[in-house]
Design a protein around this ligand. Structure first.
Ligand code: AMP
Ligand code: ZN
Length: 161
C-alpha cells in the first residue's frame, strides 16, 4: 500500500477510482459485486474506514441512477455491522460529500463509512456553530415546498431514474 500523499485537490477529468477499478493501482477491497465495490480508504480517519463506490463513473448524487444509489446503500448497511466488529468501534459516521462545495475531492461518487472513537479528533460539527436558527415560519415554508415537490411527479428534483 502506498503512503498517503499531500492533501488532494478536486480531480479534473482523470479519475483515481476508475483507475482502481481497472486495476491500475493498489487497492484493498472488502466487497465487490456487479454494481459496487467497497475498499479501504487510503487515508482513514480510523482503521476500518471504507468507501462504497459504484463501478461506473458517476460524479455526484444528481448523476447516480436510483437503482445504483439504492444498491450502494444496501451494501453500506450490510457492511456497517461487520466494520463495527472488525474495527472494534461501535460509533459510525456515514458521509457523502456530493459536489465540490460539499467538500468532495474525488469526483466519483462514494459513501464513506467511518468508524468513530472517542477523542479521535474527527468532527462533523452539527448543529453548525456558524448558523443562526430560522423561525418556525421559515422552517414550515421550506418543509411545505419540499413536500409539494415530492408529491408532484412533474417537479424535477434533479435525480435520474
Ligand atoms: P471525498 O473528499 O469525499 O471525495 O473523499 C475522498 C476520499 O478518497 C478520501 O478520504 C481519500 O483518502 C480517499 N482516497 C483517495 N485516493 C484513494 C485511493 N487511491 N485509495 C483509497 N482511497 C483513496
Ligand atoms: Zn471514476
Amino acid at each position: 500500500m502506498r503512503a498517503p500523499t499531500a492533501p488532494m485537490k478536486p480531480s479534473t477529468g482523470h479519475c483515481i477510482f476508475c483507475d482502481l477499478m481497472r486495476g491500475a493501482a493498489e487497492v484493498s477491497i472488502c466487497h465487490e459485486d456487479a454494481t459496487a465495490i467497497a475498499f479501504m480508504d487510503i487515508q482513514p480517519v480510523n482503521p476500518g474506514h471504507v468507501l462504497v463506490v459504484p463501478r461506473e463513473h458517476y460524479e455526484t448524487l444528481q448523476d447516480i441512477p436510483s437503482a445504483v444509489g439504492a444498491h450502494l446503500y444496501q451494501v453500506a448497511v450490510r457492511l456497517i455491522p461487520i466494520i463495527q466488529k472488525a474495527s472494534g468501534a461501535q460509533d459510525m459516521n456515514i458521509v457523502v460529500n456530493s459536489g465540490q462545495a460539499a467538500g468532495q475531492n474525488v469526483m466519483h461518487y462514494h459513501i464513506h463509512l467511518i468508524p468513530r472513537r472517542d477523542g479521535d479528533g474527527f468532527d462533523v460539527p452539527l448543529p453548525f456553530p456558524g448558523s443562526s436558527m430560522p423561525n418556525r415560519q421559515q422552517l414550515d415554508a421550506m418543509a411545505a415546498r419540499i413536500g409539494s415537490m415530492l408529491r408532484d411527479p412533474l417537479a424535477s428534483d434533479g435525480r435520474k431514474t
